[in-house]
Design a protein around this ligand. Structure first.
Ligand code: SF4
Ligand code: MG
Length: 335
């Protein structure tokens, strides 16, 4: 397929009064037209900073330090904020965890969908209104002809997220970035929204990046998955590779921590013990070393490179290096 996004060796830092927080430390991934990519990791892994970098919405003191973000063949890193504003209104859209923070409470939902259509596609008001009703129908809002004139507070949480998706899609973006779009919703609504994203990917052929801390969320929607930790990609591969052939201990830990609905509350989660590394002083070795049940002496001292498991599937772990000295250390984490 046509390459929509190609992120090449991206470094993003936050220049705080305490020093440089190296939030993204050399991240590369790509995405083709109509494809859905999942970026998964705990909070502090760098997944949201990655998406904010791609949107070029980083707030001060955040800054892209180096690397390229090729969007439809053109590097957007050097683009001005004015150029980016027109790209965001027109070609890249984003939805967030809490639709209330992005929906404008003083405008009707319909007007917010119409805005981009009038501004970027030159539609008349009545054409845009007709399209807004269609959009609401597309995202599964019941009686869209009436709902188009509602204000955001008149919508339920799930409907607000659907409205957000309608607004995001109103500019017919080539790329939709969804950052924890279902985290605030209950499980049933969450499943419905994910189903909607999956449907839309095929219907409107938009490339989607789905960002989440919950590996279970991406299973159904995404064909490829990037697993991030400590500002780095730990493992990347097809959904099958990641779920059935995980090679990185962090990925394995995430799989164990997927909420299981078939089990009772107590058995549901096996969180990975410990906390992510401090990126003000990033570890020199593998960032997961202090929490890894398989850690060896070399892990804390030297960062592993990426090892190819098959085309498109790679992981950064010393276990995959047959020549690495396998001297174990006890991190106290159970296998
Ligand atoms: Fe664990 Fe070492 Fe692999 Fe890091 S490199 S994940 S510490 S075994
Ligand atoms: Mg986040």
């Amino acid at each position: 397929g046509e390459r929509i996004l190609d992120v090449q060796n991206l470094y993003t830092s936050f220049y705080t009064h305490l020093g440089e927080v190296q939030a993204i430390r050399g991240v590369s991934f790509h995405l083709d037209k109509g494809e859905a990519l999942g970026i998964v990791g705990e909070s502090g892994s760098g997944k949201s900073v990655t998406s904010m970098s791609v949107m070029k919405l980083l707030q001060h003191p955040g800054k892209i330090k180096s690397g390229k973000i090729m969007f439809k063949g053109e590097d957007i890193v050097p683009k001005s904020s004015k150029e980016m504003m027109s790209i965001r209104g027109d070609q890249i859209a984003m939805i967030f965890q809490d639709p209330m923070t992005s929906l404008n409470p003083v405008y009707t939902v319909g007007n917010q969908i119409m805005e981009a259509m009038i501004k970027h596609q030159g539609l008349s008001k009545s054409e845009a209104r007709k399209k807004a009703v269609e959009m609401l129908k597309l995202v599964g809002i019941p009686s869209p002809e009436d709902r188009v004139d509602n204000y955001p507070h008149e919508f339920s949480g799930g409907m607000r997220q659907r409205a957000m998706i309608a607004i995001a899609l109103s500019c017919q973006p080539d790329l939709l970035i969804a950052d924890e779009p279902t985290t605030a919703l209950d499980v049933t609504i969450q499943a419905q929204i994910l189903e909607l994203l999956k449907e839309l990917k095929d219907k409107v052929n938009t490339a989607i990046i789905l960002i989440t801390h919950d590996l279970g969320v991406v299973a159904d929607v995404c064909s490829r998955i990037v697993v991030m930790y400590g500002g780095l990609i730990m493992e990347q591969g097809s959904a099958e590779d990641i779920f059935y052939e995980p090679k990185h201990p962090y990925t394995m830990g995430l799989i164990k921590s997927i909420p299981r609905l078939d089990l009772n509350e107590r058995q549901r989660l096996v969180p990975i013990p410990g906390t992510p590394p401090d990126l003000l002083n990033p570890p020199v070795g593998c960032p997961f070393a202090s929490r890894c049940p398989y850690a060896m002496q070399i892990c804390a001292n030297e960062a592993p490179k990426y090892y190819d498991i098959n085309p498109g599937h790679h992981a950064a772990c010393w276990l995959l290096d047959p020549e690495a000295p396998k001297v174990e250390v006890d991190t106290g984490v159970k296998r």
